[in-house]
Design a protein around this ligand. Structure first.
Ligand SMILES: [Zn+2]
Length: 70
């Protein structure tokens, strides 16, 4: 009788191990969430890969970069 419970327990454990990580609400991984940065000139939030970095500042476009620098 006890063996039956152990087998059922192992089955649930196996299912939990297989699907637990996917079924449970997990915090979104940093890779999925695009890092949004604020443009130094106009304040628009742009994803990190789209924005222009220049001398330690961030700009949403070349126009903003030029405008900020005068
Ligand atoms: Zn801008």
């Amino acid at each position: 009788m006890l063996l039956k419970f152990i087998i059922i327990g192992l089955l649930f454990f196996g299912i939990y191990k297989l699907f637990g990580g996917k079924l449970l609400p997990t915090t979104p991984s940093q890779k999925d969430v695009q890092n949004m940065l604020e443009c130094d000139t106009c304040g628009t939030f742009v994803s990190e890969k789209d924005m222009i970095r220049f001398s330690g500042r961030f700009y949403c476009s070349k126009a903003c970069k030029d405008k900020h620098q005068g």
